[in-house]
Ligand binder design. Structure first.
Ligand SMILES: NC(=O)c1ccc[n+]([C@@H]2O[C@H](COP(=O)([O-])OP(=O)(O)OC[C@H]3O[C@@H](n4cnc5c(N)ncnc54)[C@H](O)[C@@H]3O)[C@@H](O)[C@H]2O)c1
Length: 625
């Protein structure tokens, strides 16, 4: 039996004994007549005591929580106990009953007084025991001065687990909460301050160096509000994970630093995992670019759905090796995993991969993705992204793959860059091939930036902060849409599972984020002051860079799906002849070996291509909050 239940039963027993004894003691005191014990009221008095304890239980005065809200629960128990006494007092005044029992009114009044003293003394005694003796001895006096946001059960858990264990190095100096009932009270000898909106005042007042946000049930938007309130200067902020994770792994393993994703917080996406499991289980899945940020996360998720075989194909062995080791460690022999170090541009090597594994599903996440780099490497971008994708598409058809799904980007929409334009051509290839009468089906998912992918701003800003700054921002006005890699990967798989041939999906990326705000928040999260500790400098837009990315979800041009974050773009595919003639032009461009000529050809091949100056002309970013 749990300790808390044993304590609860002991307290109920103690109250029962005291409630009964006090009545007899009052009777003895007033009547000085021992025969009161023989009175017919004896049985009734035991019953009255039992009723009080039962009602006390029903109104939860015996539950563990009273440890943290002794006053409130004491008042509740006093009200219950004295009201029952009053009822019996009134009954005893009614002549037939009073004659029968012979119990004097004064005995009831004396009992009530004694009960009041007993309840107050016992509960306050307990409070003193907990606060002054037990907790004082247990709470760590060394370590980083820490405030806990949230004086609820999770806050109590933090206090009782990490606050009492010197090894963890936390010295808990207070709670902060919004509840008026809790503010000003003590929980285990630790004061509750509030409201949370004054957090920075409490940090100064109590010389706090660390904050733990212990409200696991709070939604991401509230977490975002709280994390945005905090002035991070000189302090670190940690957060308790959601309840499910807490139960799985325990507090010590799951408490983590507040990350930039918390500040951009959006409600986590709930996906129909059983649908994905049905879709992937028992299939041979090939992920190209499987070592990359998105490819490797897709691989993680595919692995969790019990595929028959998972093949990760990448040109870069180090990243492929890392994900291979991770999956091996997590799945041991339960996952049939193969890693192929092959370039998608190497037709014969790719042919061998298809011939050997005969995949059912191919997810194409291999690409050169860096916008400024591809501006100077136009031919390489076309050879790798366009002709590599074409190889994969044609081999998928040759080997009767059931489904091919391409990972695309918002940069493919009205592209201003070579990278974006090559991805648009890849989309056109998939769409055109979907018009063929054949077994293989093709689909595409487009989305915006993912948080923390290789080479993205977040790892860059992190490195710049670690080096003492400055943070380089290409333009103060620049905005981007963000998703986490797991979110984007789940949505890619979900759209792939629901895709009909030729469909182009777009993901709702939520609200855009100003990269300048992102930089400010990242400096603050590191406990530093923007402008003073770390400068932010503007370096000017890079080649091919847009101030904004296209809003993917323009609902009037889209069809809805069962998933509210996934939409289908109405886009007419090119015919096979049209795509072939475009590819022929590109091939000629590659043959010239001239990046400038190649760029001109790309502009012809992608009619939606616009110069970045034109795209950025009317954008000032003011509408982004
Ligand atoms: N990162 C983002 O924010 C983002 C957002 C939307 C869409 N996307 C798209 O997702 C795809 C993957 O992006 P990522 O962020 O994972 O990039 P990444 O650079 O982390 O991964 C790409 C992987 O592809 C591999 N690769 C490149 N050329 C290859 C070739 N010829 N043969 C085999 N493997 C090759 C690379 O080695 C790398 O491991 C890209 O097409 C990108 O446009 C990325």
């Amino acid at each position: 039996m749990k300790k808390s239940v044993i304590y609860m039963i002991l307290w109920m027993l103690l109250d029962f004994i005291f409630f009964s004894l006090l009545f007899f003691f009052a009777g003895l005191l007033i009547t000085k007549d021992v025969s009161i014990f023989a009175s017919p009221l004896t049985i009734s008095m035991f019953s009255i005591a039992a009723i009080k304890v039962i009602l006390g239980y029903v109104f939860k005065t015996y539950h563990l929580i009273w440890r943290y809200s002794i006053r409130r629960n004491l008042v509740r128990l006093i009200v219950i106990s004295l009201s029952i006494d009053l009822v019996f007092l009134c009954l005893s005044l009614i002549p037939p009953l009073s004659n029968k029992t012979g119990v004097k009114t004064s005995i009831f009044i004396a009992t009530m007084l004694m009960e009041f003293v007993y309840l107050v003394a016992s509960r306050f005694g307990l409070s003193v025991y907990y606060n002054q003796i037990l907790d004082k001895n247990f709470l760590s006096n060394d370590g980083t001065r820490t405030l806990i946001i949230g004086a609820g059960s999770a806050g109590a858990l933090v206090l009782n687990e990490i606050g009492v264990n010197k090894e963890y190095g936390y010295k808990i100096v207070g709670f902060v909460d919004d509840s008026e009932e809790k503010i000003g009270q003590y929980m285990n000898n630790v004061m509750v301050y509030g409201p949370i909106s004054k957090i920075n005042e409490f940090v100064k007042q109590l010389d706090v160096k660390k904050i733990v946000i212990a409200i696991p049930s709070v939604g991401l938007s509230r977490l975002k509000e709280i994390t945005n309130l905090i002035d991070y200067k000189g302090i670190t902020v940690e957060v308790l994970p959601d309840k499910a994770k807490l139960l799985q792994s325990g507090l010590n393993q799951t408490i983590r630093k507040v990350e930039i994703a918390d500040l951009l917080g959006r409600t986590p996406i709930e996906l129909d995992k059983s649908g994905l499991s049905d879709f992937i289980s028992g299939k041979v899945v090939l992920v190209t670019g499987g070592g990359g940020s998105i490819g490797s996360e897709i691989a993680r998720q595919v692995a969790s759905f019990n595929p028959k075989k998972l093949i990760l194909l990448d040109i870069y062995e180090n990243c492929a090796y890392d994900i291979q080791q991770e999956l091996k460690m997590n799945y041991k022999n339960t996952l049939d995993l193969q890693v192929e170090i092959v370039s998608i541009t190497n037709r014969s090597a790719m042919d061998r991969v298809f011939a050997t594994y005969r995949p059912n599903l191919v997810i194409m996440a291999a690409a050169h993705k860096h916008v400024p780099l591809m501006e100077h490497n136009v031919i390489e971008a076309v050879e790798n992204n366009v002709f590599g994708t074409l190889n994969t598409v044609e081999l998928a058809e040759k080997y009767n793959v059931d489904r091919v799904h391409m990972v695309s980007t918002d940069k493919a929409v009205n592209p201003t860059s070579i990278m974006g334009a090559t991805k648009r051509i890849c989309e056109m290839i998939c769409q055109a091939h979907s018009t063929k009468e054949q077994h293989t089906t093709f689909s595409i998912t487009r989305f915006g930036n993912v948080l923390g992918s290789a080479g993205s701003v977040i790892p860059l800003f992190k490195r710049q902060i670690e080096a003492g700054g400055p943070i380089t921002l290409t333009d103060y006005r620049i905005i981007r849409y963000f998703m986490t890699i797991p979110e984007a990967s789940q949505l890619v798989l979900t759209s792939c599972s629901m895709a009909k041939n030729g469909e182009l999906f777009v993901l709702d990326m939520g609200s855009p984020v100003k990269i300048h705000d992102l930089a400010l928040n990242m400096i603050k999260l590191s406990g530093l002051e923007p402008g003073k500790d770390i400068e932010i400098i503007e370096t000017g837009l890079r080649p091919g860079e847009k101030l904004y990315e296209e809003l993917l979800v323009k609902t009037e041009e889209l069809d809805k799906t069962d998933n509210e974050l996934i939409f289908i773009e109405r886009d007419k595919p090119l015919s096979l002849e049209e795509i072939d003639s475009k590819l022929a032009l590109l091939k000629e461009g590659v043959a010239t070996g001239d990046d400038i000529k190649m760029k001109e050809i790309i502009k012809n091949v992608v009619p939606t291509f616009i110069e970045k100056e034109q795209a950025n002309k009317n954008f000032d970013g003011k509408e982004v909050k």
